[in-house]
Design a protein around this ligand. Sequence first.
Ligand SMILES: [Zn+2]
Ligand SMILES: [Zn+2]
Length: 334
Amino acid sequence: MPQLRQDPTTKEWVIIAAERSKRPHELKRIEPSIEKPPYKKDCPFCPGNEYLTPHETLAYRSSGPADSKGWWVRVVPNKFPALSPEGSLERKEEKGFFRMMDGVGIHEVVIGSPIHNQLFPLMDDKQVEEVLLAYRERYLAIREDPRIKLIIIFKNHGQAAGTSLEHTHSQLVGTAVVPSNIRKKLEEAARYYDDHGRCVYCDSIQEELTFGKRIVMNNEKFVVLQPFASRRPFETWIIPKDHQASFGLISMDDSKTFARVLKETLLKLHSKLNDPPYNYVIHTAPIKDEWEDYYHWHLQIIPRLTTAAGFEMGSGIFINVAFPEETAQFLRQE
Ligand SMILES: [Zn+2]
Ligand SMILES: [Zn+2]
């Protein structure tokens, strides 16, 4: 019998298709990994090619001028941005019915390592910490722009996850609007808070820790779990245990712990599933809601092991072919 499961944080339904269900090991990526070089002379993210990118907005290097070699993390504006920093927030009407405005926003790329073929989960702890500190530093800088309402930090790994450049990188996008699907997530969290006087994410953590079977990892500061209503096989969330609405409020110390937890989680997925393509996204409150009680920031990792098709597009209901209880156990095994 298939199961319909509802995500308490969004009220979205998913189908766990028991009949077509796959054992966790059957979802392992089978294509062999293609060996990539540590340096590529035409790669805009490789050291020595700094002139191929727009001027950096942040870099960690011990000495030397901006846009020169010697960095270990470098942040640059996206050369082909989805949104541009110029423009106004004024709404323009077209024929009185359709609404439009300038595509104002900030779109930056965080180059996570000077080594072209460095995989994120195989970096040393210190390097991952530095990447996370760069996220934090750029978040805090971008939030100062009064036009920016929300900052989304994400990483795409592998072609199936939408990467166009193989050199390890992640992205930050600051938007001048709060998109409707994010607004829905915020509204559901606010509704839960109104009904219960508690945060739905804090309550989810408690429920999941009590149940235990969907927990991948757990330490003093963070819990890693595969949610009850996982949309895709091996969907994994990292949630801070202390209530905090915005990633922008994370302390330096917690940011380092978060880096190690993220790395360890990605390493488990990497080794158990043979370097699967994945996306991760940090979901955080809009800037004006950073201190609210109802929302709770978290990171979602979605491995791209299956493809969404017409039914998902038509209904918004994802069909997941694996049980999170089984995939979480599979990841926990040494
Ligand atoms: Zn490169
Ligand atoms: Zn909370």
